[in-house]
Design a protein around this ligand. Structure first.
Ligand SMILES: Cc1cc2nc3c(=O)[nH]c(=O)nc-3n(C[C@H](O)[C@H](O)[C@H](O)COP(=O)(O)O)c2cc1C
Length: 215
């Protein structure tokens, strides 16, 4: 049975990244009626930041060259580490069980929200491979970061996720949709770019639906 893990991370309920993620997930669920759909809202139900005991688990995995995810629990040696592992294990099980991981994310301060980064920190261990899975990034940003835009070099949201998914998880199959210039809905200084935003938003929604139906 194929499984989709859908992560949301916007602090807003009425959110463009949530709409894009929902468009992908809705089409995926129609195309995979027997599939398993798991939704985790990292903003509404945040995972804690990693603490010292988590770093001890990580150090043990590194020092003992443990690369199989199923063996990570061998690193648990103290009650504090058991508590830290109690947070990691269900998150990691959910991630490992997924065939497709959909990350819906706003851009916050050129990057991803702390809620999403906290999840990444919890589930990531040294030399961990998620090869064979597919990732989809559904993002929204207030400005424009597309190729050629003055702010292109400041995109540490989609680019960070792409680099991390490929560079650390070893996954090359990454698709991304982005709605740009969302701030033109609110910011009088960007009002002249409202039509460009509307086009970007419509294109991103359409692409998200098309992608979801094909996975
Ligand atoms: C805390 C915060 C920080 C933001 N930082 C940026 C930024 O650095 N660059 C940008 O283009 N937009 C920024 N924005 C605008 C959001 O990216 C934009 O509102 C986007 O639509 C948020 O996604 P959402 O609709 O899914 O919540 C920021 C918004 C918030 C609330």
């Amino acid at each position: 049975m194929t499984t989709l893990l859908h992560l949301d991370s916007s602090a807003r309920r009425r959110s463009v990244s949530r709409e894009l993620g929902d468009a992908f997930a809705g089409a995926w669920r129609e195309a995979n009626p027997e599939g398993r759909y798991v939704h985790r809202d990292l903003a509404a139900d945040p995972v804690p930041f990693i603490g010292e005991a988590w770093t001890e688990l990580c150090d043990h995995v590194l020092a003992h060259e443990i690369t199989e995810i199923a063996r990570y629990k061998e690193a648990v040696r103290t009650p504090a580490q058991a508590e830290a592992w109690g947070i990691v294990e269900p998150l990691l099980d959910e991630l490992v069980a997924a065939d497709v991981v959909l990350i819906a994310t706003p851009m916050y301060n050129f990057s991803v929200p702390a809620s999403l980064k906290a999840w990444i920190d919890q589930v990531t261990f040294p030399r961990m491979s998620l090869a064979g899975r597919r990732f989809v990034i559904a993002s929204a940003r207030g400005g424009s970061y597309k190729p050629g835009a003055p702010r292109e070099p400041y995109d540490h949201q989609e680019r960070f996720l792409r680099d991390f998914i490929a560079g650390h998880f070893g996954v090359q199959d990454v698709a991304a949709v982005a709605a740009e210039l969302v701030n033109s809905r609110l910011d009088p200084a960007l009002e002249r770019l409202r039509a460009v935003h509307e086009q970007s938003y419509a294109d991103a929604l359409r692409t998200a639906r098309t992608l979801g139906g094909g996975y």
